[in-house]
Design a protein around this ligand. Structure first.
Ligand code: IPM
Ligand code: MG
Length: 380
């Protein structure tokens, strides 16, 4: 029997609550399909920071390195720990440290989930955003500078406001040829595997950002030429954001840089019923991949047992598929779909009164009930 080792970082706020349900569901899938999951918990995050002064131990990455996958809840305790600390030193440190360059966020509304559009049917919408997750404005280059500093003096002449400011800040975006190519190739391969509309749409903004986005566009054209049977188009990211609302059904695979992808995927989450329903994965080719719902730690509702665990459970399904347990992954997705469609058990964000644990239990029950008639579905 295959046994997989998964590092679990429940994190802060609602993270532990939703991850607990994910573990219950995935463990049930393991029992059903005959594979084992060994969960090793790490109490890292902002709570850990308050106790120890760091969000994960200095050797955190080497601890995680040999796991088959990482399952992360959410990180952040706003007001107690500076916003940038937990995220930078844990979430981003893991993404960068293991070169988890492909942040993949499927946008597939489930029947029965809240759907905000009147002019489109939810079942017409089925696309995936592939977000580059290691470069762009996230690289952490820049600083804050005052008059007299070399960096200040170099830009002071560019704007009257710069010249009369006490301070300026530089936040540098870095885009690399290899980084663009890698994530774009991933997107084209995914479009082939999905076997749907076979269209890759690139989010760009060369009209205003003539260096980074021009490199992005040039590499996109090169990569697209290598996949002649997959359609390729580019859209400026602002127009693309509008089309996510006006005609989301036209998209198949969207490829975007880090910051554009971050913004676009929260917008896309609205199409699947909100962040409580939106799963995500960070794939690496060289180290462990990490599966995390894109939602935050939601401290306002933490501890009340009412967070929606669907995003965490569906991220867990992506984890199973990554481990090679595609049948189990599809079964988990179907069980979630049945619970959401049934409508009896839903959390308050979806208009219900159910608890996090009740939704988890309903998914486990649906999984057990399905009795072996497992469907298959396209790769994410
Ligand atoms: C996400 C989150 C993160 C991001 C934050 C927590 C750094 O918003 O996963 O989308 O911007 O990548
Ligand atoms: Mg985000």
């Amino acid at each position: 029997m295959a046994v997989y080792r998964v590092a679990v970082i429940p994190g802060d706020g609602i993270g532990p609550e939703v991850i607990e349900e994910g573990i219950r569901v995935l463990s049930a899938a393991g029992e059903h399909f005959g594979f084992g999951l060994e969960w090793e918990h790490f109490p890292w995050g902002c709570g850990y920071y308050l106790q120890t002064g760091h969000v994960m131990p200095p050797d955190g990455l080497s601890i995680l390195h040999d796991f088959d996958a990482i399952y992360l809840g959410a990180v952040g305790l706003p007001g107690q720990v500076p916003e940038e600390v937990g995220v930078r030193d844990l979430v981003l440190a893991i993404r960068f440290g293991f070169e988890q360059f492909a942040n993949v966020r499927p946008v597939r509304p489930l029947p029965g989930a809240p759907f905000p559009l009147k002019h489109v049917q939810p079942q017409e919408v089925d696309f995936v955003v592939v977000r580059e997750a290691t470069e762009c404005l996230y690289v952490g280059l820049g600083g804050r500078y005052q008059p007299g500093d070399r960096q200040f003096e170099a830009v002071r002449h560019l704007r009257p406001t710069f010249a009369r400011s006490r301070e300026i800040a530089l936040q540098t975006g870095v885009y690399s040829e290899a980084g663009c190519r890698r994530v774009m190739q991933y997107a084209f391969v995914l479009a082939c595997q999905r076997g749907g509309r076979r269209l890759v749409s690139s989010a760009t903004k060369t009209n205003a950002m003539a260096f980074g986005m021009k490199l992005w566009d040039d590499i996109f054209a090169e990569v697209a030429a290598a996949y002649p049977d997959v359609g390729a188009e580019w859209q400026n990211v602002d127009a693309m954001a509008m089309r996510f609302v006006t005609e989301p059904q036209r998209f198949d695979v969207v490829v975007a840089g880090n910051i554009f992808g971050d913004i676009l995927t929260d917008l896309a989450a609205a199409l699947v019923g909100g962040l409580g329903f939106a799963p995500g994965a960070n794939y690496s080719l060289t180290g462990p991949s990490m599966f995390e719902p894109p939602h935050g730690s939601a401290p306002d509702i933490a501890g009340r047992g009412c967070a929606n665990p669907v995003a965490a459970i569906l991220s867990g399904a992506m984890l199973l598929r990554h481990l090679g347990e595609g049948e189990a992954a599809a079964a988990v997705e179907e069980a979630v779909a049945r619970v959401v469609a049934g409508g009896q058990t839903r959390t308050p964000d979806a208009g219900g009164t159910g608890t996090t644990a009740q939704v988890g239990s309903a998914v486990v029950a649906a999984l057990r009930r399905s009795g072996g008639h497992w469907g298959t579905r396209d790769a994410d």
